[in-house]
Design a protein around this ligand. Structure first.
Ligand code: TXA
Ligand code: MG
Length: 328
């Protein structure tokens, strides 16, 4: 097929919206990562998302809306925390899991009685949803289990031959996926750390959020699968900064700039000044460059696990997990 990559002008957004109304899937920018969207009320269109991504059907999708109150069409909840959270964080990188209404097709939620909803803040995403006149079901626009794209070029690398259109809105300003909170439990549970720090969520609702993953064997949020978000190159988490190992071409994913040459074949620095927001923004593209640099192993430094640092460490652990057993 060969996707058109169009700068996200009004005209291009209108073209994307009409593809969505016609049951097609298109890639579009959000403030977190690029999404692969379809009309959430059209099960055939939603099925194409799974096909394009080669995504297992048990992995449910987030539905994107363009108005704060839009969740009421998709979910029913009398929980006062919904109001507090949407008031404070929408539009923005927070996804709420709520009891679903009948109108939401099972393919969107993988048969779960719940639906994940978020109102993105990216102006292109909002314009697209409004123009399409339907909520848009969208996962990140990557092949299943691979790094989420934060630019139109990165979407094209993985999906160009599989979709008709990629809306180019430049680089995503947040750079990691949304924070997912389930309001079906009391207290609420963090299903995935992301762009909104969980500490801020706790302040807003005035109570703690469960952070350990749930004990049930089926993951509630398959983003919790241990091998998500992985580059191709094996990744190891470093306990602390150290020199490159002998006898292997190694890359370093550094949080802050290393002093002097540590002997790595390639080095990516997440933030010159140790800023976690900037580090999150750069994480996926830095991993991608290391992946392409021809190193045999990537050593990743830890970052402080506060604020956006939780999301960064979550993704690094998942990337490391994929290759457990392959290395040392
Ligand atoms: O920032 C984001 O959230 C991006 C942009 C495009 O909005 N989307 C994204 O979607 O990361 P995806 O599909 O790659 O990750 C969504 C996660 C999955 O791990 C999925 O299992 C979980 O949300 N999820 C969706 N619906 C759920 C539900 N009803 N209950 C629990 N988890 C759910
Ligand atoms: Mg994803």
């Amino acid at each position: 097929m060969g996707a058109k990559i169009l700068k996200a002008t009004q005209e291009a957004i209108a073209a994307a919206a009409s593809l969505i109304r016609g049951g097609e899937v298109v890639a579009f920018p959000t403030e977190t990562v690029y999404g692969l969207g379809a009309d959430c009320f059209n099960p055939r269109a939603v099925a194409k998302i799974f096909e394009v991504k080669e995504r297992p059907h048990f992995d449910p999708l987030i539905v994107h809306i363009a108005q704060k109150e839009g969740w009421r069409e998709l979910a029913s909840s009398g929980d006062r925390r919904v109001e507090a959270l949407t008031e404070r964080f929408w539009p923005g990188p927070l996804t709420l899991v709520l009891p679903k209404r009948e109108v939401v097709p099972d393919i969107v939620t993988s048969g779960l009685p719940t639906v994940a909803v978020r109102m993105p803040s990216h102006p292109v995403a909002l314009a697209l949803i409004k123009e399409a006149k339907t909520p848009i079901a969208a996962p990140s626009a990557n092949l299943f289990g691979r790094l989420s794209p934060t630019s139109a070029e990165e979407v094209a690398e993985q999906l160009k031959e599989r979709i008709p259109l990629i809306l180019d809105g430049g680089r995503c300003p947040v750079g990691v996926e949304s924070t997912i909170i389930s309001l079906l439990e009391d207290p609420p549970r963090l299903l995935r750390p992301g762009g909104v720090p969980v500490e801020e969520i706790e302040m807003t609702i005035g109570e703690g959020v469960k952070k350990e993953s749930s004990s049930s064997t089926a993951p509630q949020s398959p983003g919790q699968l241990p091998s998500h978000y992985a580059p191709r190159t094996p990744l190891r988490l470093l306990e602390e900064r150290c020199e490159a190992p002998q006898g292997v071409r190694a890359g370093l994913l550094a949080f802050t700039p290393p002093e002097g040459d540590l002997g790595y074949a390639a080095v990516e620095v997440l933030s010159e000044r140790g800023d976690l927001v900037e580090a999150a923004y750069r994480l996926f593209s830095a991993l991608r460059r290391l992946d392409r640099s021809g190193v045999e192993v990537i050593y990743a430094e830890r970052v402080p696990e506060v604020g956006l640092g939780r999301a960064i460490m979550d993704r690094l652990r998942k990337a490391a997990n994929k290759f457990e057993g392959d290395w040392g």
